[in-house]
Write a protein that binds this ligand. Structure first.
Ligand SMILES: C[S@@+](CC[C@H](N)C(=O)[O-])C[C@H]1O[C@@H](n2cnc3c(N)ncnc32)[C@H](O)[C@@H]1O
Length: 245
């Protein structure tokens, strides 16, 4: 990572109240190198420029720490982690969290596993599969303290996919761009249908870059009915209380 990239990373994290130490900065630099190397071989991420990766993957991932929703030694599922976001940046700055980056695409999860190993991150436990199927499995359903998710689906779809994984009192922390009132309203109704209640909707801007973001927090308030999640592909094709995009 160039000195400019390091400065952006440190400044961006600092705006979030995180003072990165030299070892953590080195970890992000290695992750940048691994991402670029792997992106040359496979379609892993749309961002290639150092500034974009630092701000829009690394710092953006860390914004889910805003609001203190992830405090404590929690078991956290990253639903639809892709190339490891937000799971890998979280694992680098929060060794107390046990992170399970999950994605339907095996090659992406394999990259996340290789990266975690190369970075010496023992708190990362990658998982391949679709949320609709894993969310019904013993050992997965109603076992997580938190689900984080970034850039995966509209809120009503996320509610159906994520809430089954949460134990009672657990939280879904969804990283979104600007969210329309209609999506939020459908999300509230979908959450209620699958055993949740929206607890927080926090608009903010991405450090340094200034892009609009929203953190939506949903609490698991009652067990998810057995009929959810519906079978693979249905939550996205026929979202609860929402039009498909
Ligand atoms: C746009 S990417 C975002 C990746 C990452 N969270 C990020 O912010 O860079 C969405 C990812 O979600 C995964 N995904 C979508 N629906 C899924 C599902 N039902 N179960 C598991 N993974 C899913 C896709 O395979 C894809 O890798």
């Amino acid at each position: 990572m160039t000195p400019e990239g390091q400065t952006l990373l440190v400044e961006g994290a600092s705006e979030l109240g995180l003072e990165l130490d030299a070892g953590q900065v080195e970890g992000f630099a290695r992750l940048l190198a691994l991402l670029r190397e792997a992106s040359a071989q496979m379609n892993l991420t749309a961002l290639h420029d150092e500034r974009d990766i630092v701000l829009k993957h690394f710092v953006d991932s860390l914004t889910c720490l805003r609001g203190g929703w992830l405090e404590g030694g929690l078991r956290v599922l990253d639903l639809g982690t892709g190339a490891g976001f937000p799971a890998l940046p979280l694992a680098l700055v929060r060794p107390d969290l046990q992170l399970v980056p999950m994605d339907a695409t095996r090659k992406k999860v394999e990259f996340v596993g290789r990266a975690a190993q190369a970075l010496g991150l023992e708190n990362v436990h990658p998982l391949v599969g679709r949320a609709e199927t894993l969310g019904r499995e013993l050992g997965q359903r109603e076992t997580y303290d938190r689900v984080v998710t970034r850039a995966v689906a509209a809120l009503p779809v996320l509610a159906e996919l994520a809430l089954p994984f949460l134990r009672g009192g657990g939280l879904l922390v969804a990283q979104k761009g600007p969210i329309a009132p209609e999506e939020l309203e459908a999300g509230r109704r979908a959450a209620a249908e699958v055993g949740g209640e929206v607890r927080g909707v926090e608009p903010f801007t991405l450090p340094v870059a200034g892009d609009a973001r929203t953190l939506v927090v949903v609490e698991k308030t009652s067990p998810t009915p057995d009929r959810y999640p519906r079978r693979e592909g249905v939550p996205g094709r026929k979202p609860l209380f929402w039009r498909a995009t």
